[in-house]
Each structure stands twice: as structure tokens, then as C-alpha cells.
Design a protein around this ligand. Sequence first.
Ligand SMILES: Cc1ncc(COP(=O)(O)O)c(C=O)c1O
Length: 379
Amino acid sequence: MKIRTQAVHTGVNIDKTFNSVITPIYPTSTFFFDEIGKNKGYDYTRSGNPTRAALEANIAALEGGIDCSVTATGMAAITAVMFFLKAGDHIITGDDIYGGTFRLFNAVLKPMGYEFSFINMRDPKAYKAAFKKNTKMVWIETPSNPLLNIVDLQAVIAAARKAGALTVVDNTFLSPYFQKPFEFGADMVVHSTTKYLNGHSDVVGGAIVYSRKELQERGRYLVNALGVSQSPYDAWLVLRGVKTLPQRMEAHQANAVKLAEFLEGHKNVKKVYYPGLKSHPQQALIKKQMKGFGAMLSFELNTRKVPLNTFFKKLKYFALAESLGGVESLAETPWFMSHASMGPEGLAASGITKETVRVSVGIEDAGDLIADLNQALKG
Ligand SMILES: Cc1ncc(COP(=O)(O)O)c(C=O)c1O
């Protein structure tokens, strides 16, 4: 089955009562037993729910995993994955990961005894040198948020495997439509389904996708034990959104390519970060591991010519908002908003500046979006 068919059909046909075409929402906290030890596969919604199971089957199929747990938020998924480890374990990750992930690692888990190396994951020397005896996990975000740096999945995963460390890929930015980390040997894939998988900015959610049984068993145990599973209502919304993932991704990307080219040619823009531009320095890697470029782009605004606040205030179609991956375009400043929790040092190390603007390109008319950017860039 091809991904467009998977997105529409996988997991959805579970109503044997009235044959509804759309998966019903089961808003129940508990399920009765026919007799002791005999039920219909569900006992309590924290542990399992048919609506949630439909979404889990769908996302597992899209990623090519064996199973999936969907969680209350993307951070809930990441938190659950970190419970595969314990105090004293060492984790290697990028110095330019999503600010909320950095905050969990640096401000919550580090004081609990987890060890982290935040490094330049594009540099083979840096990641090879970072492995230690107690390295248990390599956390990969590619393309990175917000500077769209690409990590070599095959090479990093091979190095991790040699060291006996688990590899987890946050595939939120590209979605399985444009990148499948399991094809490069990843152990687990996580998502903030808040973003492209749902695609309509009306729900928060997360997913952990498993490549093999032992991880599936531990992951499912942890999601239940920690109590981070997703509500049936929210799972239903994501299931509705995910059906149009392929079509939305194509529309998002077509717009993003046009906007990136326009921005690159504008005199008040110093630099554009977008994998679909020839100026992106990692062309070979992009070709090797990505089926598309996605629709997240960032750029350095010449704030002497166009003050940051003026730019955002003048925009009509780009809401000044965090998050990404919805059908509507958003723009924000990572320094002051999405990545502020990294602190000035972390921000500087990652290459983010006060002039960096991150854009989540929506599916509106490209001409309208470009005209809007053009008037805002006049300052
Ligand atoms: C790449 C990435 N991973 C994880 C998350 C966290 O997801 P959530 O906000 O759904 O908890 C985000 C949120 O912005 C993100 O951009």
C-alpha cells in the first residue's frame, strides 16, 4: 500500500456496530468485562482505547514501524522515551534541537543525573568523539529546528549502533511523507503530532513509533505507567488530519520553495535557511535521505532596516505565533519565543540570533504570501 492510501485507510475501519466509515470516538474511561479475565481487548483508557489504537496503527504504517504509542503532547512522547534510560546514562544530541527538548534535557533530566553532550551533529569528528562508556542514546533532530541543519542519519545511526546506543529521531519537521528514519536504521521515531501529522493547529499530541518488539513492549509499558497517553478526542482529531498529510505536505512545500527563493533575493534579508535552496550547504545529504524539503524555513532579517517588531506587526497572513505545521502560515522569533528556554548561551551556540525569523509556510496562495512578506520587508 502506498502512503496516500495508508494515510486514508490504515486503522480507520474499526466500527463493527453500525459500520460507520469514520472511526468513532470512544469517550469512555473504562470498559466492562464479560466475565473475569474476558473483555474485548480494552480495560481502561489510560492503557488502551480503540480511537487511539486507530491512530496508532495509522502512524505506525506511515513511518514503517511495527507499532506506535500516541501521547498527550510531543513533549510527553519525548519524556516517555527518556524513561528508557536512567540517571548516570549519557545521551548525545545536537546543540540546535527544539528549545523544549533542550529544556527537558538540560533543566529537568540533567539535575536528575542524566548526562548530555550537546554537540554539532553535522561534524563526524564531534559525534564520534562524544561517545563514552555510558552512552546509551543518540537523539537526532533533522532537519534541525530552526536552522534546518541536516544530520547524516545513516552515518550517525551506524556510529551509535557500534557503541551499543539507541537512536531516536524526531521526525516532526518533515513527517513520514518526506523522511523515513527507519530506512536508515533508527530504533525509534518521535513526533509532535501537533504539527504536520494533524496539520490544522487545533490539537496537541505526540507519537512514539517502534522498530522492534522489545522497544514496543517497554514503550507501551512506560506510556501507561507514566500516564502520558492521548485523549480519545484528541486522537480522533489527529486521525482526521493525518488523512490529508501527503496532499498538505506537497502544498506546503510548493509554497515554501517559492517563498525561500523570494526571500533569498530580497535586499533586507541577510541569509535564508531552507533545504530546498541551492545555497543550502548539504545538498548531497538532502538528496540521500530526504524525499522532499518540507516547509519550514528561517532567515536572518536585517533589523537595522526592518525592526523585528515592525516586521511582525506588518504581516497580515503570517500570525506571530509559535508552533508549526498547520495549514495557516506562522512566523516567529526563535530567540525571544520558541527557543528562549535555551538561554543566551545555548542560543548563541546553536547559531540562532536576535535577527533569526522562523516561518512555517502554510498552504495559502503563494502570491498572496509573497506580497505580504514584500510589504512587511519594506519596514
Ligand atoms: C521538533 C519538535 N519536537 C517536539 C516538539 C514538542 O511538541 P509539543 O509542543 O507537541 O509538546 C516540538 C514543538 O514545537 C518540535 O518543534
